[in-house]
Design a protein around this ligand. Structure first.
Ligand SMILES: Nc1ncnc2c1ncn2[C@@H]1O[C@H](COP(=O)(O)OP(=O)(O)O)[C@@H](O)[C@H]1O
Ligand SMILES: [Mg+2]
Length: 309
């Protein structure tokens, strides 16, 4: 649905995006995760034919960027960071205006359907200007979807929303995926990326790393198996050391921690050895580095080489 190769955008001297290549499939939620200024919005604006790349190429829903920009715009839906809605028009009027621009068939039925899907059915005749931030965001999402685009870009869709409104938006993203669309989700929210995205690209001007959330976590060493006993047991600890080598076994008191690539794989053997040595197991955990750890490993704890261009 989206193929980009070597995309680059310079603003004068500043390189906002460089050497960005990706491939997003139908039915996939693809996350662009990165700190402020990482180039996420710039990437979305290139892929929706709002600004022209300074190098590289991309095809979106079968249309080449720079060659068939109208085709791209017809086939994508985009929720921008600052969705401009007409405050003096009602929710339904906002959608009607946009729908006519896009030549949407069966417009009234679709307006009703999308407002209802986003929980705005009973507010359709209220002015957008009277809406809360969350309601405006939902209306902007309805607008991005009204022409039923194959590719949907959501730029920070939950930022500034309260947890309830954010949840409605997240649940909705999950439904869109089930619908077989390609969704690109920009976020700086790690938890959101991990929960919603099938694959994530950690970006800072270019893609630093890309993979499923699990792959990204595995890429960082430091997975562990932690076996917790009712009470410390030297015999149990020795049994684990005999099995795995003393260097990999650590932990204090009742905890026996083993550094391993494959916590689940070794768990049965470790538990058996510990139990045979008289250890009373109360908990077994496979601990992996969090996506947060991976993110900080890549972009640095201050999140910012921002403006370093
Ligand atoms: N129109 C523009 N003119 C000049 N610089 C820009 C423009 N748009 C974005 N930038 C710069 O490009 C970089 C990436 O910005 P942006 O894509 O908005 O990042 P993100 O969405 O990841 O926060 C930033 O350094 C930003 O200041
Ligand atoms: Mg942005």
């Amino acid at each position: 649905m989206i193929v980009a190769e070597g995309l680059e955008k310079r603003f004068g001297e500043r390189v906002a995006v460089a050497g960005l290549s990706l491939d997003v499939r139908a039915g996939e939620v693809f996350g662009l995760l990165g700190p402020n200024g990482a180039g996420k919005t710039t990437t979305v604006r290139m892929l929706t034919a709002l600004i022209a790349p300074t190098a590289g190429r991309a095809t979106v829903a079968g249309c080449r960027i720079g060659e068939d920009d109208d085709g791209v715009r017809q086939r994508v839906g985009v929720l921008t960071e600052t969705p401009g809605l007409y405050a003096r028009l009602t929710a339904a009027e906002n959608l009607r205006f946009f729908g006519k621009l896009h030549g949407v068939d069966d417009l009234e039925a679709r307006i009703g359907r999308y407002l209802a899907l986003l929980g705005l059915g009973d507010r359709k005749d209220d002015k957008a200007g009277s809406f809360s931030k969350g309601m405006r965001q939902k209306l902007a999402i309805a607008r991005a979807l009204l022409h039923e685009p194959q590719v949907v870009f959501l730029d920070e869709p939950t930022s500034g929303l309260d947890p309830t409104a954010a949840r409605v938006v997240r649940d909705f993203v999950a439904e869109l995926r089930a619908d077989g669309r390609a969704i690109v989700l920009c976020t700086h929210n790690l938890d959101e990326a991990e929960r919603l995205c099938d694959r994530i690209a950690i970006v800072q001007r270019t893609i630093l790393r890309m993979g499923t959330p699990a792959e990204l976590r595995r890429a960082l060493a430091g997975a562990r198996l932690v076996v917790t006993l009712r009470a410390p047991s030297a015999a149990a600890r020795e049994a684990a050391s005999a099995l795995l080598g003393p260097a990999s076994v650590s932990g204090d008191g009742p905890e026996i921690a083993v550094v391993t690539e494959d916590p689940e794989g070794i768990a049965p053997d470790v538990v058996r050895a510990v139990v045979l040595a008289g250890g009373e197991v109360v908990r077994v955990e496979a601990a992996r580095p969090s996506l947060e750890a991976v993110y900080f490993d890549l972009v640095g704890a201050d999140g910012a080489r921002e403006g370093a261009a």
